[in-house]
Design a protein around this ligand. Structure first.
Ligand SMILES: *Cc1c(COP(=O)(O)O)cnc(C)c1O
Length: 450
């Protein structure tokens, strides 16, 4: 057990920095699929392209806000612009047959019920809940399932507060896409932080709580406070680290700078640390361009000033960031802004994965090349890592053992704590994009976790 000694270091309220004055408050304005036509920048695009986006947005979630549209996308480079690809649906994100069915239904103006049935059918075919998320990791208290929690790895519980299950914008490649398309059965959320507390009281082995979504930073500070403050009490002394998963530093940095409860949010971040907990914002980044706007940097500066750590993670994606230079610059910029690179993920086997997937061997090459372009300080991102059913599997590289070309792998997080840091080998396969495409090397029958 870690010690529960309290270390109060960064507890004082900071005065509002002068710099805030250069960022006028902005109203959050968002467009969903139905309002796509009202986005001024889209008006200049060919009609056929806009129809294609409408077709795909009928199946996959779409939501984008005007900060992202105006500040992050280079509209002269559309459709290749990486941030445009990250936010706007593209024809190839659906299989040709699926695309044709929806396009036909929209063109012929089929009755709503027929269209909905086609959409539901396509969604069901897209592996909406990869890695057994819906069935396997849901904990129970007194025999009751708690739907807003996931507990897969011994030391860390994921908490999905119900009011944090949207994002300021949606990523086209999101592996949690299914919970944003309105199917309530598929939602992983909880109304009650009370259930979280009951579970944590019984599970003293848990040291980390990861509040996630969606994006918990869409919540008002007062609601976030109501969830988090109870965990700061003596009875939860075993909880040493609070993590908050968020893309708000990219999609709505105003949350930390000019929103009316921004200062209160920063106070909450200080309070968590004053209670002796480690606090990490697990920030989702895909491209260095997300780190360029002045307000994005101001948000990072203000969070860092509270003493909270920002750790960065995100998937490697074709059409967005499958380039070692992009990763090297992303990691280097993160380090310069005081952010710690944490994980490079392999795009999961769900949703529009065909469009974004990168073979594991190529993913490793990009990771290695990017690593070679930065110093050790920026080499803290582990990966490329697959969040698969048995655990997080890292591709360590291609090598040869006794004349057999193999992929060296390592389980960096495991459903069974005993598996963590176990190396293992798979037969070389340059096409494989996920763990289930790999076979054990050396003629063995199964991997050790099977
Ligand atoms: C990645 C992950 C965690 C956190 O694992 P760390 O290795 O501690 O970062 C926890 N739960 C799930 C389901 C995860 O995928």
């Amino acid at each position: 057990m870690p010690t529960t000694q309290r270390i109060v270091s960064i507890a004082q309220e900071q005065p509002l920095p002068e710099e805030t004055a250069q960022f006028p408050p902005q109203r959050f304005k968002v467009y969903t699929a139905r309002q796509m036509d009202r986005i001024p920048q889209l008006a200049g695009l060919p009609e056929a392209l806009r129809f294609e986006m409408q077709v795909v947005a009928s199946v996959l979630p779409f939501r984008v806000n005007d900060y992202v549209i105006n500040e992050l996308i280079d509209w002269d480079r559309v459709p290749e612009d990486p941030i445009f690809q990250l936010l706007f649906p593209q024809r190839e994100m659906l299989e040709p047959e699926a695309f044709a069915r929806v396009a036909h239904a929209l063109r012929e103006n089929l009755p709503r019920a027929e269209l909905d049935a086609i959409i539901a059918d396509i969604r069901a075919s897209l592996n909406p809940h990869p890695a057994g998320q819906l069935e396997d990791n849901i904990p129970t208290v007194n025999g009751e399932r708690i739907n807003g929690l996931q507990h897969k790895y011994r030391e860390t519980v994921l908490f999905f507060p119900s009011s944090g299950q949207v994002c300021h914008s949606y990523c086209t490649f999101c592996f949690r896409w299914a919970q944003f398309v309105g199917d309530k059965d598929l939602q992983i959320a909880t109304k009650e932080s009370g259930e979280l507390q009951a579970y944590l009281r019984e599970h003293r082995e848990v040291t980390d709580v990861l509040v996630t979504g969606g994006d918990p930073m869409v919540m008002k500070t007062r609601n976030l406070r109501a969830l988090i403050e109870p965990l700061l009490g003596e009875e939860f002394a075993h909880i040493r680290t609070l993590r908050i998963g968020t893309k708000s530093l990219t999609f709505w940095p105003q949350r930390f700078v000019t929103d009316e409860d921004a200062d209160d949010l920063l106070s909450l971040l200080r309070e968590i640390q004053a209670a002796g907990k480690h606090l990490a914002l697990m920030a989702h980044y895909n491209h260095w361009r997300e780190l360029e706007p002045a307000i994005a940097r101001e948000a990072i500066r203000r969070v860092r000033e509270t003493g909270a750590q920002i750790r960065a993670q995100g998937p490697l994606l074709a059409n967005i960031n499958d380039d070692a230079n992009v990763w090297a610059r992303l990691w280097q910029t993160q380090v310069e802004l005081g952010i710690i690179p944490y994980y490079m993920f392999v795009e999961r086997d769900t949703g529009a994965r065909r469009y974004f997937e990168v073979p594991l061997v190529k993913a490793w090459e990009i990771y290695r090349d990017a690593m070679q372009r930065v110093s050790g300080i920026a080499r803290t991102a582990r990966g490329p890592s697959m969040s698969a059913h048995p655990g997080k599997v890292e591709i360590q590289g291609v090598t040869e053992v006794h004349g057999e070309k193999v992929l060296a792998l390592r389980m960096i997080q495991g459903r069974d704590p005993d598996w963590v840091q176990r190396p293992f080998f798979a037969r070389y396969n340059p096409e494989a994009t996920w763990l289930n495409h790999l076979e054990p090397a050396f003629g063995e029958q199964a991997f050790f976790f099977e």
